[in-house]
Design a protein around this ligand. Sequence first.
Ligand code: ADP
Length: 624
Amino acid sequence: MTMRRAALQPVIIGAIASALVITIFYFFLTEDINKEIVSVEKNKGNLAGSMARQAGQHVQTAIAALEVAADMPQMQSTEYSDLISEENKGVPVNVDMEKRNVQKAVLLAVPSLESIGFLMPNGDVYSVEPSILQQNLPVVNFAYRDYYIEVINRQNTYVSAAFQSTATYNYTTVIAVPVFKDGSLAGLLVGALNLGVINEQLRMLDLDENEVAVIVDGDWNEIASSDRPVGDTTPRRSFSYLQDIMGDTAMSARIDASGKDTYITRAPVDLGSNRWSVLLIQPYSDAFSDVYLHQSEALSIIAITVGIMSVSGYILFRSMLGNVRLTDKLEDVNEELKSLNQNLKGDKARLESLSSELKSKNEHLEYLAKELDLKATQLKEMDAAKEEFAAMITHELKTPLVPIVGYTELLVDGTLGELTPVQKEKIQLMHDSAVSLSGLISDLLDIRKLEMGKMKFDVLETPVKDIVGQAVGSFLPLAKSKQIALTYTVAPDGGGSDLMLSCDPKRIQQVLNNLISNSLKFVSEKTGVVQVTARRNSNSVEFAVKDNGIGIPEEKQAKLFSKFYQVDTSLRREVGGSGLGLAISKGIVEAHGGKIWFESTPRVGSTFYFSIPMVNNAVGGAEA
Ligand code: ADP
């Protein structure tokens, strides 16, 4: 139990540490997000501020131009005021051209002013430029307008609310400047400022999607807006609901605008008398979308971190719990081991006695092993002696056959006196048997020498055609007697020269003899064909003995080169042989560094090949 509590401790510490890390991370994250929010707010403030400055400059330029004009003497004279009539909407348009020229000059200098009028202190129109507008005026007295009332009250410049011009129908605001002559009011200079220009400036702002820039006048009525098309004369909107929320001072606000979470940035346009505001209006989530993005990214990181920490905590906990269980188990095992140990002590004594017994047995075994070694050496020595004996016997067996073969030959050919036909036949039989026995003994001797690596090779550079010619020549009488066609061809080497081979010619001839002799045995009399060929094949000489004999069954082909192997003993006994010829041939060819093989189809024929490298060091030992 105590172990279990001990295991829990690091887990609890881990959990507290993770919570701490996450809290710190969250603290920095909040800090960061707040900074981003402040920076978004600042950027919006800057944009609204720069628009406010532009709009302000636009109005201030017009104000300055009108105020300069108001100071000019032409403006201060009202000498034709008697000519003001309802019909002319002021003095006739061709009267007081001095004043009218100043009005025209200001219009030229400030293109956004679409008209400039001079009002008498009682509000009657004196002159309007362009004069065509004067003629179209609906009334002659404008004392009812807010700008007239404000200027009379304040005796100072006033910028009016925005309204639709009665003359041009454009949305305009009127800048009204008092004109004084010798300290008393001589009239009002009123310029109608076309707000279309400001509207265009708003439309050119670099705004976000869903963001609208609006300029409102002091009563929070729309003057211009970025979402209002050029020349649009639909009624201006009122933003007075913002007045209640933002008052005169708030520069930004997050409000619920008819159910929409909206962010408003405000910058004042300072015009002295009438305070306009630039407003940037945007859905709150759009304005702070980047911040939201970062926030959600960071929250995902926290979530993932918490996830990883919990999983690794869980794994840690499990593995510790596992360790506790393991420790419990280990204690049990330890107990068991203790008792086992006790038992083992008893066993040990028994084992010790067994061990000494084994020791003595071992000693006996060692003695036996030595005996065996001795016997093995003796056996080896006996083996060698046997080999020697076998070699000697084979050799000695051959020697007595020499006179038998020689004398039987002399007897048969009549050199030692004529014999009766019966005698001749029997002696011939003796001769043939002695010859075949001698051949068998020679074969046995050869195979032994080859096996012991003791066959001696007399290597000579020899024309291949000599080797083949002699081998074939020795079988011609036999072939002729059986009417078998035995032929040979040796292809000349490059340039027509004789094909030469460095080898032991007698031994190669022996190989050929074996193969030709086999072929002659297995072809039919009269129809048999045996062809012997030799040719150069890159750096070897390839020999072939081809016959149209009985062939070799496929299942017997694998063992053909084994000692004493004959394909079908019953049949082949008739044709004689020891089953050593191919084994000897293989040994000779391989001792020359070459190889031997064959192709055979039963009832069609066989071809035996062997190839000897032109450069070879036929390996041999001393003749046994
Ligand atoms: P053997 O002295 O009995 O001919 P070999 O080693 O020369 O011994 O040949 C082994 C056996 O392979 C032969 O007994 C024969 O059955 C078979 N053989 C060899 N050459 C031919 C051949 N040209 N056609 C058919 N059988 C062959």
